[in-house]
Design a protein around this ligand. Structure first.
Ligand SMILES: [Fe+2]
Length: 389
């Protein structure tokens, strides 16, 4: 399509709801729930059994109807195995986790609107230097992951993680790269823009090594998790999708302008922008929302036609049997030694470790996968010496 063709994508607007549920969180970060015998228990996962409705007087378990009364000083405690466990009320989802999962299964995407607390969202805006921190200068002194616990806290957001695990049909999921900020600055009319593609590990439409050669059917090899830091709007550069295209199990059409072509210098000047007509979709969602989509879904980065930067935090989620896209081990080790790590509760620390550390099974247990400098140098020397073989 030419650079001057109007943007005509169908806009799917995800509006915030008046209802907002809560999670009750124990000091170690686990979530208070109620089992079938109406007994309190704690768990790391945030399924429907962990969802509470809160008003000024009391909190009520949504599916079991059990009411928890505040103590005289306004705290909530639950009796678990004879011990009184204090629980803090924390920001939760707008809808029940099972509703998001049902949507993910039926259409290949869902949006957990305003799932992040405002404090977490503000910390992400500060790191990205957008929105409330539009005029702040980017801090290059340490990786974003180490600047604030909010990055890892967002990566382990429990309701979206529950949906991802259920949709992938395995609890053993990983993050394929370090959570990455994507800040889209206003378009200048000539820069290279991203063409249509499917995400890691499928990488259809991209010239990448090791892309998935055939459809994977019922086996889900990737779910992309895009956190909207800024409001996502069509004009502001929200991601463009062909919603439902994951079910076609094939690459986007070349005539839509695929990523492999658009990354070539001069391609935009000669061929114009990738497809932005009425067969494409834009999800508009407020900042603090998490958009989940099956990684096979055709999509491309939006084109920012405002004067303000737009930020997102991107995470490619994969089952453990998929090779990570990038090395996460070094970033994770730096994170362990940063103050951001101690800002997480125990559940968040453990969950983030499970997502970030990939490992082999060897004699005597698990061995973390990391890069080997010496072996890497050998490969480079050997490849240079054996070119043409
Ligand atoms: Fe992508």
């Amino acid at each position: 399509m030419s650079n001057s063709d109007p943007f005509q994508e169908r806009v799917v607007r995800v509006l915030p709801s008046d209802v907002h549920y809560s999670l009750l969180v124990a000091p170690d970060g686990r979530f208070l729930g109620i089992d079938q015998s109406r007994r309190f228990n704690l768990d790391n996962e945030a399924d429907d059994s962990r969802i509470w409705s809160v008003d000024e007087a009391h909190v009520q378990h949504v599916t079991r109807g059990v009411i928890l009364k505040a103590t005289s000083n306004g705290d909530f405690t639950a009796d678990i195995d004879g011990k009184s466990v204090p629980c803090r009320v924390e920001h939760g989802p707008e809808r029940m986790p099972s509703e998001y999962l049902a949507e993910m299964k039926s259409q290949g995407w869902t949006c957990l609107t305003r799932i992040l607390s405002d404090a977490t969202l503000e910390a992400l805006e500060r790191i990205a230097c957008t929105d409330r921190y539009q005029d702040r200068e980017y801090d290059n002194s340490m990786p974003p992951l180490c600047q604030d616990p909010a990055v890892a806290r967002t990566a382990v957001e429990p309701v979206s993680m529950w949906v991802v695990r259920q949709y992938m049909q395995t609890a053993d999921v990983r993050i394929a790269h370090v959570p990455g900020f994507a800040v889209l600055t206003p378009d200048d009319g000539k820069r290279v823009v991203q063409g249509w593609h499917s995400d890691y590990p499928y990488h259809w439409g991209i010239n990448a090594q090791g892309k998935v050669p055939t459809s994977s059917g019922e086996t889900v090899m990737g779910v992309q998790r895009n956190v909207c830091i800024s409001d996502f709007t069509a004009r502001g550069g929200a991601t463009a999708f062909k919603l439902g295209s994951h079910a076609r199990q094939e690459p986007p059409p070349k005539e839509w302008g695929i990523a492999a072509d658009h990354y070539q210098p001069g391609y935009r000047a000669e061929h114009g922008l990738p497809y932005h007509g009425p067969d494409a979709d834009i999800i508009e969602a407020p900042g603090g929302s998490i958009i989940l989509y099956d990684s096979r879904t055709w999509h491309r980065a939006g084109i920012n036609r405002t004067t303000r930067k737009r930020a997102a935090l991107l995470q490619a989620m994969v089952p453990m049997y998929i090779m990570p896209k990038n090395d996460t081990s070094r970033a994770y080790k730096s994170f362990l030694n940063s103050p951001a790590y101690s800002g997480l509760n125990r559940r968040e620390q453990t969950e983030f470790r499970k997502l970030m550390v990939h490992y082999h099974i060897g004699p005597g247990g698990q061995y973390a996968i990391t890069t080997d400098r010496e072996l890497t140098d050998h490969i480079r020397v050997d490849e240079a010496a054996t070119q043409g073989y």
